[in-house]
Design a protein around this ligand. Structure first.
Ligand code: C5P
Length: 275
């Protein structure tokens, strides 16, 4: 059996620069990854796919899944039979801006690469990832990076490893396409220089305003995190609705998680660290 974790991704900053003719947007983003996420298992046998975990039911209801599409894409790209039994342990909320589906797809590609002896940096593997979604190449890389283009042009970056992070999701699923479509079209400028935290602090998430227009509760999540002690950065991730805070000290993160759970017992909350 091959086991791959599918770490959650966050966008430390996400600048939308332009609308493109192909329906996508030109972005600049600082990707970072957590130590926690979904888990994908691959065992030999005929092709099959099963979902477990706290968010499994929500995903199973969607029907189509990026794991099965990743497996089909891998088989086509490498000329191997599309087989193997996948089980996904779905711990991350669906459609929530932390790349759950993209991370699962990347984990499937990694698992299949291991099974077939393909190097993890094989360009064909990145081509498979690119065809599956804008965030899948970053998830395949799985480490902090500057993303440009649709998000698929990647430049690895160092910094912030082991930094405590708290994720909070107020329980609303938002569609990435709908949030991008609600962007006001104003280019507010590039991501600046400096180390990773400086670049993030100087940056913004240009999808926050459009996401809040669709799901105003995101403002409450940001305010709740903003009220906690010891934060180094508070921001919405991706197209939302998950928001995160970085902390200098794990104790501050734990105290913040307690405060969030007390204030909003129904919200999803994850204490983790940056990879
Ligand atoms: O690439 P992916 O399928 O994950 O993107 C989902 C949707 O998000 C796209 O159909 C598009 O509407 C929007 N998107 C965008 N610009 C990007 C990435 C995604 O407009 N850079």
């Amino acid at each position: 059996m091959i086991v791959e974790t599918a770490p959650a991704k966050i966008n430390l900053a996400l600048h939308v620069r332009a609308r493109r003719d192909d329906g996508y947007h030109e972005i600049e983003t600082l990707f970072a990854f957590l130590r926690d996420g979904d888990e994908l298992r691959l065992t030999p046998g005929p092709a099959s796919f099963a979902i477990e975990g706290s968010f499994g039911a929500a995903l199973a209801a969607e029907g189509d899944n990026l794991v099965t599409r990743a497996a089909a894409g891998f088989a086509r790209a490498f000329g191997v039979p599309n087989e193997g039994a996948f089980t996904l342990d779905k711990n991350l909320p669906v459609a929530s801006g932390i790349g759950g589906g993209s991370a699962d797809a990347a984990a499937a590609l990694r698992a299949l690469a291991r099974r077939h002896g393909i190097a993890i940096d094989d360009p064909r593997l990145f081509a498979c990832a690119d065809a599956l979604g804008s965030d899948v190449p970053a998830c395949l890389l799985g480490r902090s990076a500057l993303g440009q283009g649709r998000g698929e042009q990647l430049e690895p970056l160092g910094g912030l490893t082991d930094m405590p992070v708290l994720l909070v999701n107020p329980g609303v699923a938002v569609s990435t396409g709908a949030v991008f479509a609600a962007w006001d079209g104003v280019d507010r400028g590039a991501i600046g220089g400096g180390d990773l935290l400086e670049r993030a602090l100087l940056g913004r998430n240009d999808l926050e305003a459009p996401a809040r227009s669709i799901a105003p509760v995101i403002g409450e999540a940001l305010a709740l995190l903003g009220d906690t002690k010891g934060t180094a950065l508070v921001r919405m991730s991706g197209s939302g609705a998950t928001c995160f805070a970085l902390y200098e000290h794990p104790d501050d993160r734990s105290a913040a998680a307690d405060a969030v759970r007390r204030a909003q017992p129904g919200w999803w909350c994850l204490e983790s660290t940056l990879a």
